[in-house]
Each structure stands twice: as C-alpha cells, then as structure tokens.
Ligand binder design. Structure first.
Ligand code: ATP
Length: 347
C-alpha cells in the first residue's frame, strides 16, 4: 500500500533555535497518529509544516505521489482542527459546517446535504438549526470536527483539540473521536502532551523531544519497550534500576543483585510499577526478591502506589484497588520482580 503521507528529513529553524531536526515519518491511509511530547518539543511546528502554514528549511513532505513541501495550505488534501474551534457565532450549526463547501463553489442545496451528512457522522443531526452558543463545549468541538471533515480530506490534523474541555468530557470525547475516525477512515494526526490521551486513541504514537523523534511505535511498544530513558519517563512512571557489568553478555541489577543477560552498553533495567510485586510466603523460582521499607502509600481508588525504599533507590509498586493501603510508612516488605520481564535501556 502506498503511504498517505511521507515526511523526509524535515528541519525547521526559528533564528538560532532548531525547532525540528531531520524528522522522518510515514503515515498510512486511515491511521490514527498521536504526536506526543513536552511543551516546546516541536509538535505544533511539525503539524504546521504538514498543513502548509510553515515551510521547512530542509526536507520534503509528500502526500501520496505529490510533493507538497511548498504548496499553499488550500492546495493540500487535508484540513486542520485547532484547539479554539472558532465557530461563527451568528450562523446556525448547519451553516457553519456548510460554509467550507459553499466557499469552494458548491451549490447551496448540495452544501447543506453534505453538512447534514457530516453532522450525522459526529452525532449532531438534530442540532443543525441551533446557534453554536446553544451547544455544550463537547458539542461545539464536534461541530468543529464536522466542519473539518465535510470536504472529505484524506488527512485531518488536530492540534490539542480537547484541551479546552474538562477532564470527564475530555475522556468521553477521546473515545467518541476515535470511533468517528474509524467510521470515517480518514487518517488523523493528533497533537497532545497528554500521554494517556495518546495511549487511549492512537494506532501509533510519535514521541518527540527537542525537535527530534525519539520513538515511533504502537502504544504497547512505547509503553513496554521504550527506546530511550526519555520515552520511558515521559510515558508512565517507570522504575529505572541501574545495571552493573557482570562479565561478558551479562549485567547485575544494582537492587537485589539478580544477574540477567544484557548486551554491553545497557545502563538501566526498566520495571513498570505493576511489574513489581509484594512477596509473602512461597517464592516462585523465576522471581528475584529483595527487601525494602515502605515510605509512602498513595491510594487513588483504582490504584494504590507504594513508594518503597531499597537502599539508595525508591521503587514504585502499583497494586489494584485499595490493596496495600493497610501498609504504613516504616513497614518492612519483600519485593519481587521477574528479571526476564525487565526492559533494558542504553541511555
Ligand atoms: P506546545 O505543546 O507548548 O504547543 P510544541 O511541542 O507544539 O509545544 P512548538 O510550538 O512546535 O512546540 O515550538 C517548538 C519550539 O519552537 C519552541 O521552543 C518555540 O518557542 C519555538 N517556536 C515556535 N514557533 C516559533 C516562531 N514563530 N518563532 C520563533 N520561535 C518559535
């Protein structure tokens, strides 16, 4: 299958500041991509280069066979949804959505029919005659989405479109937006600095840091097998246990001292908080165990996190529900982990 979007070695500077450094990315038709990274890492700059609001200094952007690196925004077969949805307040919802096709020269009746179809897709078929101010924030966001898809672009760019919504509505819209995207079959590139949002929605996550792509992969690969320490620490709250060399092809965990196979150059073993268990009684053979002392118990309902001091390091241990809340700071515990389940990181 031919890729929908190909980005080759795109770089962009603002004066002395390098906002994008040789970024490569390939997006397949119908894919949901999340651009994830901290503030200032270049997500919006990359999105603007794809949309055509910025021109890269170097590199090339193609959609299917066409080089669009220097094409003006209106010539690109894509559309953008911004954080501020900026609906026309004096126009009905249906007219807001029909505005794009009308401007493109589509007749009034046909434009209204397309608007009705787009509104139905986002679940607002009953709301066409209302004014935007008579809708909730989430509904207004869906109108903005309908407006962006009414011309059936091949690619939709979304720049933090849910960040103005409160947390509950935001979580609901994440699921809705994902379903709408699947129904439409349009590829989405979705900018967010919220790792949970990226995990919940994307087919693939692109993690950016200081103008570069650190890793591109499925949510599962990003979570289970982060390529770098930056990715590991940006997504979730990992435990990074230092590795000490223990002969050729082997390393020793700085905590617990278990030996495991490791190529030279590997500096950390990552254990997610849910990979570390509390041990009572019988210990399975493949479990490495070591003692610790509880420092803190943080219960938030679905999850309880224990902060356990093991020598120099404090490890996070996740437990389901309220299990573990009976432990008190100062309680001695025995922790266990499976060396085979650790993910090794070089830098
Ligand atoms: P955020 O999540 O805060 O929106 P971002 O990852 O989208 O961040 P960008 O907006 O792409 O980051 O900005 C990347 C870097 O480039 C930042 O350091 C920013 O200050 C700088 N930058 C962006 N646009 C311009 C501009 N027009 N002129 C000068 N510097 C800019």
């Amino acid at each position: 299958m031919q890729p929908l979007l190909s980005i080759d070695a795109v770089s962009k500077r603002f004066a002395a500041h390098r906002a994008l450094a040789e970024v490569d990315l390939v997006v397949e038709p119908g894919e949901f991509i999340a651009l994830l990274g901290p503030s200032g890492c270049g997500k919006t700059t990359l999105l603007r280069c794809i949309a055509g609001f910025l021109t890269p200094d170097e590199g090339r952007i193609r959609i299917e066979d066409e080089d669009i690196t220097r094409a003006p925004p209106y010539r690109r077969p894509l559309n953008t949804v911004f954080q501020s949805y900026a609906l026309f307040p004096h126009m009905s919802v249906a007219d807001n959505v029909a505005y794009g096709p009308r401007r493109a020269g589509v007749g009034r009746r046909e434009a209204q029919a397309r608007a009705a179809e787009a509104l139905a897709l986002v679940g607002l078929e009953e709301m066409g005659t209302r004014l935007p101010r008579a809708l909730s924030g989430g509904q207004q966001q869906r109108v903005a989405l309908a407006r962006a898809i009414v011309n059936r672009p091949k690619l939709l760019l979304l720049d933090e479109p849910l960040s103005a919504l409160d947390l509950k509505l935001r979580r609901r819209m994440q699921i809705e937006l994902k379903h709408i995207q699947e129904k439409l079959g349009i590829a989405f590139i979705f900018v967010t600095h919220d790792q949970e949002e990226a995990m919940a929605m994307a087919d693939r996550i692109v993690v950016m840091n200081a103008g570069r792509i650190e890793q591109t992969g499925t949510p599962e690969a990003i979570y289970r097998a982060p390529a770098t320490r930056f990715v590991a620490e940006f997504v979730g709250e990992p435990n990074l246990i230092a590795l000490e060399p223990a002969g050729p092809g082997h390393a020793r965990l700085a905590i617990g001292g278990a030996e495991l196979p490791a190529a030279s150059g590997m500096r950390f073993a990552m254990a997610r908080p849910e990979d570390i268990v509390l041990v009572n009684g019988d210990v399975p053979d493949d479990l490495a165990t070591f003692p610790g002392v509880v420092e803190e118990v943080l219960a938030i309902g679905p999850l309880t996190t224990l902060f356990v001091r093991c020598g120099e390091t404090v490890l996070k241990v996740a437990r389901l529900g309220m299990s573990g809340v009976e432990l008190r700071p100062g309680s001695p515990v025995t922790l266990g982990l499976r060396p085979a389940a650790l993910h090794l990181i070089a830098e």
